[in-house]
Design a protein around this ligand. Structure first.
Ligand code: SF4
Length: 355
């Protein structure tokens, strides 16, 4: 049934005028799904799919890794992180390169592993590198509340929790005349609600669709965008992931975010500062903030890197435009963050060689 529907949608899409159609997906999980199902090879070649800034590891700045490395040198600190952060380079080195020198970050698979480590090491301070978007932030907020309620005092969070709308606004301002439509992330919308992405239509008059992650969902989203671009439907914001995404999102998760965080100016790798694009623990919960405790500040160094990740994240370029792609940069020898994470555009292109 699904295959027949996909075929019908593809037939419809092929009937539309597609000159210079550029559609951006802004979620690493969508990038993976597009590549895995080889969706671009099923579409008319005039429809170009661009990947956006939705890989959290890719947008985490060098100075954050540098500060993480500094924490490795505190004798009373156990630094914990998800595995994909270990290979990402700071301005000089990665956490993994420090491991060779005997300074090791502990890899965790769930934030709740961090609590176990803290409880087994009461004389140590456990710092968790908390990197992600609106989907990760409620988990960190609920951990903070758990620590508060259970009077656990030996865990702190070093956060780099980014928000989608500010970076999307930046991209849409740059690419206003180039982008035909946006595929919005179903996970983020599940938390923040359908309304969170209304601004794409309200401020930029560009079609947008909140999609799920299987082939039928994504092709349905592309079909809707093509329908709007070709004037068969009025341009608007659409939600075709209604089984999970409600207009106002997950009210409990949003209340937690409001209770625990404030927004601040966020630093994005290769892109710079964007106002109100990052969550930070508010005054009430600042005692859990590793950046406050260890006075960690952004120190921006000119890394002079040949890596094109920042242009890829902004939709200016694709991985195949980078001279290093597949030659000296590959998942075993990543030269930039987009080749590190399984949600990084370069790593996904390398694995699936999407056209
Ligand atoms: Fe950066 Fe490597 Fe991607 Fe080039 S191929 S943009 S160096 S991660």
């Amino acid at each position: 049934m699904g295959k027949i529907l996909i075929q019908k949608l593809l037939d419809q899409i092929r009937q539309y005028k597609a000159d210079d159609t550029q559609i951006m997906e802004i979620c690493g999980t969508h990038t993976q799904a597009l590549a895995k199902h080889a969706i671009s090879s099923l579409l008319p070649k005039e429809i170009k799919l661009l990947s956006g800034p939705g890989c959290p590891v890719c947008v985490t700045p060098e100075t954050y890794i540098d500060n993480g490395i500094k924490l490795l040198f505190h004798k009373d600190v156990i630094l914990t992180t998800f595995g994909d952060m270990v290979k990402v380079k700071g301005s000089n080195e990665s956490l993994g390169e420090q491991q060779v020198k005997g300074k090791k970050a502990v890899i965790v698979y769930s934030p709740f592993d961090v609590i176990e480590i803290a409880q087994s090491n009461p004389d140590k301070l456990v710092v968790f590198l908390s990197v992600g978007f609106e989907t990760t932030a409620p988990i960190i907020a609920s951990m903070v509340k758990f620590l508060e309620e259970n009077k656990i005092t030996n865990i702190k969070f070093f956060t780099s929790l980014k928000l989608m709308p500010p970076i999307l606004r930046k991209i849409l301002k740059r690419q206003r005349n180039r982008l035909s439509g946006i595929i919005c992330p179903g996970h983020v919308a599940t938390v923040m609600g359908e309304e969170y992405f209304y601004f794409i239509f309200d401020e930029f008059n560009i079609p947008s669709v909140i999609c799920g992650f299987d082939a039928l969902d994504i092709i349905s989203g592309i079909y809707l965008i093509m329908k709007m671009v070709n004037g068969e439907q009025v341009i608007e914001h659409n939600n075709i992931y209604k089984k999970w995404v409600y207009p106002q999102g997950n009210l409990r998760a949003k209340a937690l975010l409001k209770e625990v965080f404030n927004t601040k100016r966020g630093l994005w790798r290769g892109i710079g500062y964007i106002e109100d694009s990052e969550l930070t623990l508010n005054e009430k919960y600042q005692k859990y903030d590793a950046a406050v405790k260890f006075e960690l500040t952004d120190i921006i160094q000119n890394t002079n890197s040949a890596c094109d990740c920042s242009h890829i994240l902004l939709g200016d370029k694709a991985p195949l435009d980078c001279e290093l792609f597949g030659k000296i940069c590959n998942p075993n020898n990543p030269k930039g963050p987009c080749m590190v994470s399984s949600e990084g555009t370069c790593a996904i292109y390398y694995k699936y060689r999407r056209r």
